[in-house]
Design a protein. Structure first.
Length: 370
């Protein structure tokens, strides 16, 4: 009885190594994921380890006969190894049912692979697609992939766990200060103008605007144009003290919206400057603005970095530019923050929407094809 250890970058590669070395009758005893290499814990490569064995009784029968004494000795060794393996298998029984073993099952199941691919095309990461597929597999027979049956399971899952919607809520007699933050190019300034128009024109609220995005002259001019069209006051600030003064000047207003400069998630200095700028003034809520067209890996990094600023809610923009609305699920799950608004075009103020939970789920699932 041989117990061997195999390492690879993916579970599928590790299983192939096991089969190549030990054959189709190999027995998986244990699997685990670990990180290898890297620099001070950074950039470590994700690896998979599989411990496997194979019963070599048949093979031994075909080999030349050994002397009785040697055979007896090998029998004793075999019994010892069998006893060790039995204890190991008992210890690992719980782990054989864990996520790694489920992942192994997924690798060799074509129906599950198809389901993972289908979920991935919705805009989900491979990780989330696999996790959802595992849960669906526990509830649905995947021998005959049925889109509607799978969608029903997903609907219930999303209703319970993913979609939390909280719009801007104003209190009578109190000024609410809201700041929009996010990377460059996600549409913060246009989104701020849409919110201003929505509350000013449709809800008849007294709205004031502030821009701290003085790094881009075009952004200041853009917001100034919007403020003139909607007939709202606009203050341009350069320092935290000027921001504080501008906020104090809007006493008696229902809503004050603060635009900020776009900051790359890869520039920690700029993120720290932004954090210091807005955390030293009485801002009630901070909204992270994200584009639905952003790659999932970049989206995860943006959320991770901006979470340092004590975010309150999310706004997802540019949903009109993609058919993969699964970005919403990735963003809300990673940030652990509610979704507030979505935007579906450039028009002000028409193209900002307060999402309705059930309709949003249908919009996400409409692209699911099996």
């Amino acid at each position: 009885m041989k117990i061997k250890k195999y390492r690879a970058e993916t579970m599928q590669e590790a299983i192939l190594k096991v089969k190549s070395d030990l054959g189709a009758d190999a027995i998986i005893l244990h699997t685990r994921k670990f990180k290898q290499g890297g620099f001070f814990g950074l950039f470590a490569k994700k690896m998979v380890e599989v411990i496997a064995t194979v019963d070599q009784d048949n093979k031994k029968r075909k080999e030349s006969k050994l002397s009785e004494s040697r055979q007896a000795n090998e029998d004793n060794i075999l019994k010892s190894e069998l006893s060790q393996m039995k204890h190991m298998m008992n210890d690992m029984m719980g782990e054989l049912k864990n996520k790694n073993q489920q992942s192994l099952h997924l690798v060799v199941n074509p129906s599950l692979e198809r389901l993972i691919d289908a979920l991935w095309t919705l805009g989900l990461s491979r990780k989330m697609a696999r996790e959802l597929a595992e849960e669906i597999a526990d509830k649905v027979d995947l021998k005959d992939l049925n889109s509607e049956e799978i969608k029903d399971v997903l609907r219930e899952k999303l209703k319970k766990e993913f979609i939390d919607i909280k719009p801007i809520e104003l209190e009578s007699g109190k000024t609410k200060i809201i700041s929009l933050v996010g990377p460059t190019g996600v549409g913060k300034t246009t989104t701020l103008a849409k919110l201003a128009a929505r509350f000013s024109l449709f809800e008849n609220k007294k709205v004031g605007l502030i821009t701290a995005d003085t790094y881009r002259i075009a952004a200041v001019e853009q917001l100034k144009t919007y403020s003139e069209i909607i007939n709202l006051p606009l203050e341009v600030v350069f320092t935290p003290q000027e921001l504080l003064n501008a906020i104090e000047g809007y006493q008696g207003y229902d809503l004050v919206l603060v635009d900020t400069a776009g900051r790359s998630q890869n520039n920690q200095l700029h993120i720290s400057e932004l954090k210091g700028f807005i955390n030293n003034v009485p801002i009630d809520e901070i909204y992270l603005v994200l584009s639905a067209t952003t790659k999932v890996n970049d989206l995860m990094k943006i959320i991770e970095v901006y979470n340092e600023i004590d975010l309150d809610k999310l706004i997802i923009t540019k949903l009109d530019e993609t058919n993969s609305w699964g970005t919403i699920l990735e963003a809300t799950a990673k940030a652990k923050k509610p979704l507030s608004y979505i935007t579906v075009g450039q028009d002000v103020p028409e193209d900002i929407k307060l999402p309705e939970s059930e309709q949003l789920i249908e919009d996400i699932l409409k692209g699911l094809e099996l």
